[in-house]
Design a protein around this ligand. Structure first.
Ligand SMILES: NC(=O)C1=CN([C@@H]2O[C@H](COP(=O)(O)OP(=O)(O)OC[C@H]3O[C@@H](n4cnc5c(N)ncnc54)[C@H](OP(=O)(O)O)[C@@H]3O)[C@@H](O)[C@H]2O)C=CC1
Ligand SMILES: O=C(O)[C@@H]1CCC=N1
Length: 260
């Protein structure tokens, strides 16, 4: 397939590198600053384009991977191209299919919500298609995305909540991991050792929850001895409102996605 990418930052480069794993596609890419794409000059199947139009007219499927606040300029350029070429795929948080379609003048629009963890092919990508995208195009597109991990069709109304959990989620997890590591350093543990133990503890906890098919609250009680070490730590977390803070973070991020 001829795959276009406009905006080759965190998500654009991830899509390019993961879909290019078997070098079975041709890529047409454009980024505002050339520095970000220079490293792809050596790839025979990657053509570095000099504007948005060059990407769009040559691609069967064009991924739009700029920040939501940067979309207007790209939409305006796409609007000036009167012929429709393949499908336009938006990765932007908060941007709805109807708005993308009206602003670009294109009917074949697909909205996806990716996650950075798809870099290692572990992650879910949500997909919503405009009613103009036929089922064989939809099927081909989902096949194209399969190297990213799981591909899931999702109603557009559910995208904001999904964005927070699936796509912002890795940042929230990183924040919690960082807090564990800094807590460990504070009690005298070497930072590298702390990182290893903390990552292993999170990995083991997730795998155990899955293996035993139990809720997180059950795992809490499996570990907490009455009057022991763990419950003292959990008491501090409850007293300091950590659960409420995390719930607020998720709520505020959800509202921000609705605002964009
Ligand atoms: N990061 C993530 O984990 C996730 C991001 N998303 C969505 O993906 C999209 C991209 O995010 P992310 O990759 O993090 O952002 P980045 O800032 O890393 O990448 C955006 C890229 O777009 C380029 N760019 C900006 N304007 C233009 C333009 N007019 N023409 C061509 N290129 C342009 C920028 O170039 P320059 O180098 O000049 O700045 C930059 O390289 C966003 O809409 C975001 O909502 C969705 C899910 C997860
Ligand atoms: O922070 C953001 O707005 C984007 C959407 C989800 C992850 N990154």
């Amino acid at each position: 397939m001829r795959v276009g990418i406009i905006g080759v930052g965190n998500i654009g480069s991830m899509i390019l590198e993961v879909l290019n794993d078997k070098a079975e596609h041709e890529f047409y890419i454009y980024n505002r600053s050339i520095e970000r794409v220079r490293k792809y000059e050596v790839f025979e199947n990657v053509k570095i384009c000099s504007n948005v139009k060059e990407v769009y007219v040559q691609s069967d499927c064009t991924f739009l991977c700029v920040k939501p606040q940067q979309t207007k300029q790209v939409y305006d350029t796409l609007f000036e191209i009167h012929e429709e070429h393949g499908v336009l795929v938006s990765t932007a948080a908060g941007k709805r299919i109807e708005e993308i379609s009206q602003s670009t003048g294109k009917k074949n629009v697909i909205r996806i919500m990716p996650t950075i963890t798809s870099r290692i092919s572990i992650g879910i990508t949500a997909v919503a298609c405009s009613k103009h995208v036929d089922s064989s195009t939809r099927h081909e597109f989902e096949k194209l995305l399969s190297p990213l991990g799981e591909v899931m069709e999702l109603e557009e109304e559910k995208f904001d909540a999904f964005t927070v959990l699936n796509s912002s989620g890795p940042a929230f997890v990183a924040f919690i991991l960082e807090s564990f590591i800094e807590g460990a350093i504070n009690i005298g543990v070497n930072p590298d050792y702390a990182r290893d133990i903390v990552l292993r503890t999170f990995e083991g906890s997730v795998k155990l929850l899955e293996h035993m098919s139990i809720e997180p609250s059950r795992l809490k009680y499996l570990v907490s001895s009455p009057g022991g070490v763990t419950i003292r730590g959990l008491y501090e977390l409850e007293k300091d409102g950590v659960k409420g803070a995390i719930m607020s973070a998720i709520y505020e991020a959800f509202k921000r996605s609705q605002e964009l």
